[in-house]
Ligand binder design. Sequence first.
Ligand code: ZN
Length: 440
Amino acid sequence: MLAARAGARQGRVALATLLFTVVQTSVNAVQQAAAEARGTSVITKTAAGAAAAEELRPGPPPAAEATAATVSGDSARSTFRLTLTSGVQAEIYTLPSPYRVIVDLPDVGFRLPAASGEHPQGLVKTFRYGLFAEGKARVVIDTTGPVRIDKAGMVAAGGGVVLSFDMIATDPQSFGLGTGPARSAPAPHATMQDEPPGRDRGTKAKPVVMIDPGHGGIDGGAMGSTKLLEKNIVLAVARELKAQLSVSGRYDVRMTRSSDVFVSLDGRLQASRAADADLFISLHADSLAASGFAGSIRGATVYTLSERASDEQTRLMAEKENASDLVAGLSAGKGDGVDEVNTILFDLMRRENANYSADFSNVLVGKLRRSIAMSRDPQRSAAFKVLKQAHAPSVLVELGYLSHTEDESLMNSLEWQRKAAASIAAAVDAYFAKRRASTP
Ligand code: ZN
């Protein structure tokens, strides 16, 4: 639906969708099949009903693993091949802004050779893969321009199957044309590990602290020179922080994700709202594009929300973090964009929460400064989507720069992670102590 809107906005249908199932045993095992749900599909041999896309998905996910992923071909036609240990159902479609091909899979584990997807080939710039939501895996292929899907299918090979399809260069005008109604990539719901009990504001026994490890699953975030991924660093610090905050028993500590799974920005906001969080702490670790001085910039920075970025570098950083949903293959539809949040939530956002966010940022920078390196200007602000919360004071912490060699190796050490978590926990204590003191 989101994608449909995106397409409609451009005056054309923006998606080509097809769904195919696999025959695992038959000799000629290409049963590419069925059915873009609500209409004519590009490659439809057997028409399936409208609900087929969902109903055909198996209940318990098959235990399949992807063991190789390759791209061949040139800038006119390129072929993508994914080798799997067993047949699965796959759904392939295209998305605009930026142009991407999405391969949705059930619970597939990835055991691909290192550097898979990192090098451009033909129509493919790069591709990435990983868990998109619990039980759902995804491959997102960034293409050099608009493409259409051709010859999609799966064949039995060497005890497993190979899923393959061609991408053919097309022009923006014919992108997605004649492929039936657009079908959106469903945004995963918030994957909180513990659903909050239904509670009224004011009746909770303890303040709820929501820890938000950025990125996850298919969205790796920034990458260090030793291939260290932001999503793993921030999850490690988040777990450590949760453990430390839980010791005192003073807080109800939750996480927007507690495993390597993708959560959309909306999902993170929803999780915070649903839990009626009293404080929201988003954890990240940025990387600067290689330039003359990028390697010398380091240290932690605490960001709060503002419509205007405090400086150009911060504006670019917020843009990058706000693009997380695109990285994971969500469409750039308005419904999952910043606009809606701007007009509704941001208008309603209480001044009070902005002040509390600033308070917490002050305390946090003071505590962090004693244990880890800080950036030159450690308190900044910009329009981070994940901070646009009407109900909770919120900050986003960039723990350091993965583009700085020393930051990278420190952030990867357990000792540093514990130190950083301890400082954040101390700031949480100081912040709530102050609030308790000032509340009659
Ligand atoms: Zn990030």
